[in-house]
Write a protein of this length. Structure first.
Length: 753
């Protein structure tokens, strides 16, 4: 399967989005399609052996819309050039039409005041309420300003569908052509005892108001991607390269992998790389959300777009262009903003039949009022009101606009949310499982104790360190790294290893200088039939202190014991307490022994501990928690956490961890600070609350507005909804939904007391 994202044009409401989705899904070879009306994008997964991008675009064209592949966003401008030109052109066109329509509408309303009020107003020239003058003024508004409504409505009709444009075209045409009849044949109305009233101003004002609402809506929708523009705005414009011993400033696009770059205090780091000379502190808050500057020295990685605070240093570029951390963040945010949340399904189902239902209600309204009253004016006003006030746009915008703002806000806080489904599900989490090493702890274990059976006689201790570190050098486990670092600190030279083997969840073994060296857990020693009682008291002492004890055997005999400590992150206790106060059950999951695990759990305030869980058992452990009927989130950072992250309802990867873990997760916490979990859950809850508000406003607007427009209050109060007011309400309903979604931009994580 291949995936592509298409930028869509020509959509005016959620019904259009449904039509595009149906058209794409009808193409043989398309596996899945998600159309996001708010983002005006289609994400398509298809089989390239059965179809191609051209066939998909042809299906969209046949449905009356257009599409082109979304280009990689320009890191300097925040959008691709084609989309920028289209957006500016569309905005200018709307401004022109709103200006012309607005001026003409004001003149028409002034000219219609005597008819609307029933009063003689001498200050209004008589020619202004002449039907022929009003016809001449209204016609350009009806057919030039309202041109897009007719074109899009006709396209929908050809594919046997109906959209918001259909409703507007029908409603304004009814007012216009009804007014045309008494203008051309006034005597017919007079002979029937009727007043030849015209409603040109209704058609003109409604079209102008809807175009004005669409202009405001487009501008507001543009603000939903502000987070991406902010991220892109962080990018440095130039880089100072060291070439042939000279400093040369070049545009960032010209930097290639391997270039050596000089960064001075206060400057932005242009691209990702590794420090090779000098030291400094870096403010990474704009990417990671972490407020405390990070110390960097040779060998440390630096992230593009972060700010150098104190010293000067040189670094070698390792990732440039679309491979940088910033570019990948932008790509993930775009991907999330184009996704569809499950809560949107209800709105999609409603919009599928909404427009045809409104047309049916409008026809029924006309028939009922005309049959019961014989008043064609009353029947016309109510029918036009129903057609104009109905708005599926608000329903279509309710969810995607909130998702776009929410995922963007997450990125600003160092939280990368891969899809709308993850964002929605996060607010339902009941149990959160934290891996110990690298998640609760810093993931940088150090050897603190080394006990040998034979003591230090004849260099026995250093010989054992050499054997142990030589084998551990072949392992990727954090504890193995600690052993190797310990050997390096003791200036021990490592030896070659043969027949290295890692036994998952147990330990490692290999042959060094003809000796079989095995390093691992006491459980593994027991399985091997090796007596480990000699150093049992030392092992218990280490575990009581919260240290991990690993056994060392040579040729089947216990030779020593290492105690390894991994410091708890300074913010872990605060974060765990905050999660518990949010009503979540916090569980610690580790492959370590129970005594060590419980010591760490006690220190951070966790009551439920799942210890001695092998890596291949982690996913099953998460599944067992899910079988208790709980929505489970898993937080981890290592390769061995990836299956559990994938199994969990919501997988959260520590951004400082491995690429495999990040790829398997739904949410990535860039900084590694567990307080980001609290922020992610609070953001999810705020976003879902915002979506529910939007859906409520959208539904209640139509539920209340359509009956009122149909004249349900007329028999009681003698009051009818003027189609002009209906047009204004319809135009601004979408704007109100988008504006409410934009309130999420003010989201800030709340401290949990």
């Amino acid at each position: 399967m291949e995936n592509t994202t298409l930028k869509l044009r020509g959509m005016s409401c959620a019904s259009c989005a449904n039509s595009v989705e149906d058209a794409i899904n009808s193409v043989p070879g398309v596996n899945e399609c998600i159309v996001n009306f708010g983002a005006e994008q289609a994400t398509v997964e298809y089989d390239p052996r059965r179809t191609d991008l051209e066939a998909i675009q042809e299906a969209i064209d046949a449905a009356g819309y257009s599409a082109y592949p979304l280009q990689e966003q320009n890191l300097m401008t925040g959008e691709d050039d084609a989309e920028k030109r289209h957006r500016l052109r569309e905005s200018r066109d709307l401004i022109r039409k709103v200006t012309v329509g607005g001026i003409i509408s004001i003149v028409l309303v002034i000219g219609s005041l005597p008819m609307m009020t029933g009063l003689h107003l001498p200050f209004i020239p008589a020619w202004l309420h002449n039907p022929w003058v009003q016809l001449i003024l209204t016609t350009p508004v009806q057919f030039w300003c309202g041109y897009s409504f007719y074109i899009n409505g006709w396209k929908a009709l050809k594919r046997h569908a109906a959209t918001m444009d259909t409703l507007i075209a029908l409603g304004t045409s009814a007012a216009y052509f009804y007014s045309l009849f008494p203008t051309l044949f006034p005597s017919f109305f007079i002979n029937q005892g009727l007043t030849p009233d015209v409603y040109y101003e209704t058609a003109a004002v409604v079209i102008t108001l809807i175009l004005l609402g669409r202009l405001f809506e487009n501008r507001a929708k543009g603000q939903t991607s502000e987070a991406i523009r902010k991220l892109i705005g962080l990018q440095a414009k130039t880089a100072r390269l060291i070439r042939n011993g000279r400093e040369v400033d070049v545009p960032i696009e010209e930097v290639i992998i391997g270039d050596v770059i000089l960064v001075r205090p206060g400057e932005k780091i242009p691209v990702d790389g590794e420090v090779i000379e000098g030291a400094s502190t870096i403010d990474e808050g704009m990417v990671t959300g972490e407020s405390v500057p990070v110390k960097k020295q040779p060998g440390d990685e630096v992230i593009g777009a972060t700010i150098n605070k104190t010293g000067s240093f040189k670094f070698r570029a390792t990732r440039v262009g679309s491979d940088t951390v910033l570019a990948q963040i932008v790509q993930l945010v775009q991907q999330a903003q184009g996704s569809k949340a499950p809560i949107q399904r209800l709105a999609d189902q409603v919009t599928g039949w909404f427009v045809p239902a409104v047309i049916a209600i409008a026809l029924l309204t006309f028939i009922i009022w005309f049959n019961f009253t014989g008043n064609v004016t009353l029947a016309l006003i109510t029918t036009v009101g129903v057609l104009i006030i109905a708005c599926p746009c608000a329903l279509g915008l309710a969810t995607p606009t909130s998702v776009m703002v929410g995922t963007g806000k997450g990125a600003e806080n160092g939280i990368l949310i891969k899809g709308a489904e993850s964002l929605e599900l996060a607010h339902k989490i009941q149990t959160i499982v934290l891996d110990k090493t690298g998640t609760i702890t810093q993931g940088k274990p150090t050897v603190t104790d080394f006990v040998t059976v034979n003591g230090t006689a004849n260099g026995n201790e250093m010989r054992l360190v050499q054997l142990t570190a030589s084998v551990e050098r072949n392992s990727e486990h954090p504890l193995a790294e600690a052993v190797v670092r310990y050997a390096q600190s003791q200036e021990v030279e490592l030896a070659p290893v043969k027949e290295f083997e890692a036994i998952t969840g147990s330990g490692v073994q290999g042959i060094v200088s003809g000796h079989l060296v095995q390093i691992g857990t006491q459980r593994w020693m027991s399985e091997l039939g090796i007596d480990a009682q000699g150093l049992q008291q030392d092992k218990e002492r280490l575990e009581y202190l919260g240290k991990t004890a690993i056994w060392i055997t040579v040729d089947g005999q216990i030779q020593g014991l290492m105690g390894i400590s991994d410091a708890i992150k300074p913010t872990s206790i605060q974060a765990i307490r905050a999660l518990q106060k949010l009503g979540l059950e916090v569980v610690m999951l580790t492959g370590d022994n129970y005594r060590t695990a419980e010591t760490i759990a006690r220190e951070v305030g966790i009551k439920r501990v799942l210890a001695e869980v092998r890596p291949d058992q982690k996913a099953a452990t998460v599944q067992k928690l899910q079988s208790e009927g709980k929505i489970v989130a898993m937080v981890g950072d290592g390769i061995n956490d990836a299956p559990a992250l994938a199994q969990a309802d919501v997988g959260m990867a520590i951004g400082t961890g491995t690429d495999v873990a990040i790829a398997a997760s739904d949410i990535t916490l860039i900084s590694g600070d567990l307080r980001s979990i609290v922020t992610a859950i609070q953001l999810s809850r705020a976003t879902i609350r915002n979506i529910r508000q939007n859906l409520f406003f959208a539904f209640i607007y139509n539920v209340a507005g359509i009956p009122i427009a149909a004249g349900i209050l007329f028999p009681i109060f003698g009051w009818l909804l003027n189609p002009i007011i209906a047009g204004a309400a319809m135009a601004f309903s979408s704007v109100s939904v988008v504006t409410n979604a934009l309130r999420l931009r003010k989201f800030q994580a709340k401290p949990v007391a």
